[in-house]
Design a protein. Sequence first.
Length: 117
Amino acid sequence: MIEYTLASRADVWMGENRMIVVTGSVIARQETLDEILRLSLEHVHRSRSEPGCLSHAVHIDCENPLRLVFVERWADRDALLAHFAVSASREFVKALQPLAAATTTIEIYDARQLEKL
């Protein structure tokens, strides 16, 4: 039911089928994985309620279970910048740094949906 709700919101927010896509990843140390998972899920759940958030998810990499991958879709750049400005978002990034085994990554794309199959 949650996936259906998110898909419905995406259809409304995308307007001309344009969106901002953000991918990111963090590699945990074995002893910090549970804390990173907890923080990540808290961040994802909070972010989903922000204006302009089409979807926000975190996944465990099947090839490296210590690597978490974030996939986000935002209605536009303003919505993403507002997300980055939320103090809880900045605190999340700060909290991850000492728990990570390597530097975290974030990539931002301006995307257009070509098809929905």
